[in-house]
Design a protein around this ligand. Sequence first.
Ligand SMILES: [Fe+2]
Ligand SMILES: [Fe+2]
Length: 247
Amino acid sequence: MNMDQNQTRVDVAHLASFDVDGAIREAADRVNEANRRSFLAGAGIFAGAAAISAYLPRVARAQGSLPKGDVEILNYALTLEYLETAFYEEANEKGALSGQYARFSKVVAAHESAHVDALKETLGDKAGKKPSFDFQGTTESQATFGKTAMVLEDTGVKAYQGQAGNIKTEAVLKAAISIHPVEARHAAWIASIMGQGSGQPSPAPVSFNPAEDMATVLAAVKGTGFVPALGGAPAGGAVSGQPAVGG
Ligand SMILES: [Fe+2]
Ligand SMILES: [Fe+2]
């Protein structure tokens, strides 16, 4: 990661209230535009979801074929992204959410869908098919939606983190770590909504985030019963508001 560029990024949000004639904002925009161009020219930093989804397929084509292990990891990520996308899309369709929950679900559904698209394009004909899902009624109330979303997002964070050391292709690694913090933001956002400003559950609960390996994550996903093709119906039931994904 290019720390210098990150550090020179100008955050003008807090200046807006007293920047009456917009001079500070204009200057900051010029600095940020220069940084943006530098990001793109450097090819080491991605500038957003659109850039990633456009960049990953080019990476795959340029590589000829990705190493088998990277294909497996990308398909693993794709499965989790399919799961998240389907969960939020179902929640949006059911209409049980309102206020911050509804807004969160709509925004995050779009992110997850973009992740799916980028991974599918990268994998091309090696992309796994979308499984069918059964969310066990968790999308039908705000309370079970919130608890399940927290677990799914935490699991996504641990899953991407757990593969960082296993990815062989540098560009794939860079793309993966551009998705990873987005999942962490989703996790923090839903925790914040659930806590209603109380700080519990904490949006940032630990100093060092634990990773999880592929087998652990897949076993946990199986345990939810959300993916019937995997078997493993939940013992307590995700419907109870205690989804079993993650640790
Ligand atoms: Fe995602
Ligand atoms: Fe997410």
